[in-house]
Design a protein. Structure first.
Length: 133
């Protein structure tokens, strides 16, 4: 049986580079060591995350805390699969937003989430395309 698993690239990010993001090697390990699956997951994440954030923002605007929490919960898991720990933590903060929270509080948490996504995008994309950030 041929082993198609690829080792992590030698230019993997170091601890300083991944502030707020777990080491991609750890996320690859959670995906049975399959780097290709990891890359596909990260690409899919960044292809979908904009729509997910829009859904959360729309739910906040509509005052629909249930949809906001459910969508944030899904984003938390998706981010965790990619190793985007700070994104998962920001999504968890929205998911666990106290009842009753204000729109201002929810909007502030959404802004935090968007900032964490931007940071993760820079770090994880540089890893998946094999170029240093």
């Amino acid at each position: 049986m041929k082993n198609d698993r690829k080792p992590a690239p030698t230019n993997a990010l170091n601890d300083e580079d991944v502030k707020g993001v777990c080491l991609p090697e750890e996320a690859i390990g959670r995906l049975a060591g399959c780097r290709d699956l990891y890359v596909d997951t990260v690409v899919s994440f960044f292809g979908e995350v904009g729509k997910i954030v829009e859904q959360i923002g729309g739910a906040i605007t509509e005052g629909n805390t249930t949809v906001m929490r459910r969508t944030a919960h899904g984003l938390k898991g998706f981010a965790g699969m990619c190793g985007a720990i700070s994104v998962a933590e920001a999504a968890a903060a929205l998911e666990n937003c106290a009842d009753p929270s204000t729109t201002e509080e929810q909007t502030a948490l959404l802004a935090r989430l968007q900032g964490e996504i931007a940071t993760a995008a820079t770090k994880l994309r540089s890893f998946t395309d094999g170029t240093p950030s």
